[in-house]
Design a protein around this ligand. Structure first.
Ligand SMILES: [Zn+2]
Length: 257
């Protein structure tokens, strides 16, 4: 296979990376693409972005990429480590994949696109990956979403409980009223059910909450009081609960009298 440039274009390989060789394994239905870089490449330190010299390479890794025609395409490379005068020896970041993934970012994006319209098992079968791999791709996408969210403000949120399976099993849900989306789901409806949500927020984000709608449910109230500055002025109960408490109080007075 001579046309390394064609493959470089197909794969989106950019300098300093280049396609070294391509191996067609027709019997296995696979294309293996080996990518490398010029010896003299200077690498950006992942901490300070300073250009540093190459220290060594980690053992070869492989990433599943988007199929080329009907062939499963695997990218091979030895991830370089650079030596920063300040931060020492560090693995450089690779433009085509996240640190821990065995798939390229483009492949993951493709899978995420399909997960929007099909079940995890259907996507796994069509993409020829396992259910666990599909799930891990989804989890990484969620983690990226959470990382992006960490800089956002959440002025109005809602805490709610949902009963399921007809019995007394509950889920605790936290909503972002402005973005109309679910921020947090946890089992049961205890004070602890909200712990994971607060852990996700920075002090500034907690401070930035202006209103929290919720039921008059004591564990939720306690949790908000313990985590949100000036909580009592921010809690908003819904009319239904207030009306029902008022009705009960009036009823109690009436019976006493
Ligand atoms: Zn550095």
């Amino acid at each position: 296979m001579q046309d390394k440039q064609l493959f470089a274009h197909l794969l989106g390989v950019e300098t300093p990376w280049q396609v070294e060789r391509v191996e067609l394994r027709l019997g296995e239905g696979e294309v293996h693409v080996y990518i490398t870089h010029p010896r003299a490449t200077r690498w950006r330190c992942p901490q300070c972005a300073r250009r540093c010299r190459l220290y060594d390479h980690q053992p070869e890794r492989r990433w599943r990429h988007l199929d080329i025609f009907q062939y499963v395409t695997i990218v091979h490379a030895e991830p370089p480590r650079c030596q920063c005068p300040e931060h020492g020896v560090l693995a450089v970041s690779l433009p085509w994949a996240e640190k821990t993934s065995r798939f390229t970012a483009l492949f993951e994006r493709w899978v995420i696109g399909w997960l929007g319209v099909a079940s995890q098992s259907a996507v796994a079968e069509q993409m020829r990956i396992s259910w666990d791999e599909t799930h891990a791709i989804m989890e990484r996408a969620v983690a990226r979403g959470l990382a992006r969210r960490s800089v956002e403000t959440l002025p109005t949120i809602g805490i709610d409980e949902k009963a399921f399976r007809k019995g007394h099993n509950y889920l605790t849900l936290v909503y972002d009223h402005q973005g109309s989306r679910v921020l947090h789901v946890a089992e049961e409806r205890k004070e602890a059910s909200l712990a994971g949500f607060w852990a996700m927020l920075s002090p500034d984000q907690k401070e930035g909450i202006e209103a929290i709608s919720m039921d008059m449910w004591e564990p939720f109230i306690n949790s908000v009081r313990a985590n949100v500055p000036d909580a009592d002025s921010k809690i908003v109960f819904d009319k239904y609960h207030i009306a029902s408490h008022l009705g009960n109080a009036v009823d109690l007075v009436r019976r006493q009298e």
